[in-house]
Design a protein around this ligand. Sequence first.
Ligand SMILES: [Zn+2]
Length: 373
Amino acid sequence: MKFSDILGHENVKERLRAMVDDDRLPHALLLQGPAGVGKFAMARALTQYIHCENRHNGDSCGHCPACIQQQSFNHIDTIFSFPVIKGKNREATSDDYITDWKDFLRENPYMDFSRWLAALGNANAQPVMYVEESAALIHKLNFTAHKARYKTVVMWLPERMNSECANKLLKLVEEPYADTVFIMVSNTPQDILPTIYSRTQRIEMKRLPDDTVASYLIDNMGVDPTDAMAVAHLSEGSLIEAMRQVSLGNQQRESLELFMRLMREAYKRDIRALRQWSVDVSALGREGEIAFLTYCERMVRENFIYNLHTQALNYLNRDEAGFSSKFARFITERNVVKLIDELDSAITDIAGNANAKMVLFDLAIKVIMLIKA
Ligand SMILES: [Zn+2]
């Protein structure tokens, strides 16, 4: 990760660069600010800049051995430390999860807490940094840097240290080894143990300006300029949130497309097209199929409401409303309950591992009968 890979925050980059260039890196640095603005990415870029053997133009080179090792998360003098979930009857440290962590970072250059929880397989967990984490860090830092001038510890969410962990770590932050730099990243610095917090040099990373986020979405995700500005504004300066909104929007468009195909081909009674439709939907995989069928249930309900002319209760987006203006009249008291029932049982069958193509094709045939005028 280079500074140039990070969106915005030019003033922060400038300050960090100067600290390294002028050889006045503090022992403990804290990047703080709202989630999703690129703090962890900045910590990675700084680490790479510190270790790069060929820094130029205010950035790491990206090609030297140190950069290559940083980019593959295998730099021997860079230690990652982050909150984990404790398994039964065992101590837990970052080391236990390091493989998952590296895989996760390869896919997600901007660290995202909820996705990390999903990667750990437990969306409701409350990860913690336990006392064993401090012990492991102290152990690792007792060896001097192998190759580099510094050992860098990149610590994600120090606010999740329990007090035992923080107290043990405190000594290390108070009387640091000469060649050690802690780079901490925090979303809620007010929750960090004050004794640790007060010993860090803080750098604030603010929410990204709307137009910065919008141009990223336009250039990198092909988003239409008007939509990009709206999404950027709703995301409150969080690039992660903006990207999540865009991909949700894309999913919704795909779902609408498939829903329209189902209804149009069912209306035309085109069996061949419906067979192809069931093949295409089954390519979404089990979770995707269930999400799509849940979307269909919502659309059936919304179209029924649309047909009742109760606009105030209607939650359709622009594209959906465009389709519904012609289609809604096919969803009436006569078939709405049956359609939802059929969708429900298709979801149950697919969740129970039935053959998705057959379930979907069977559903499509029932839709033919249910929507015939
Ligand atoms: Zn380099």
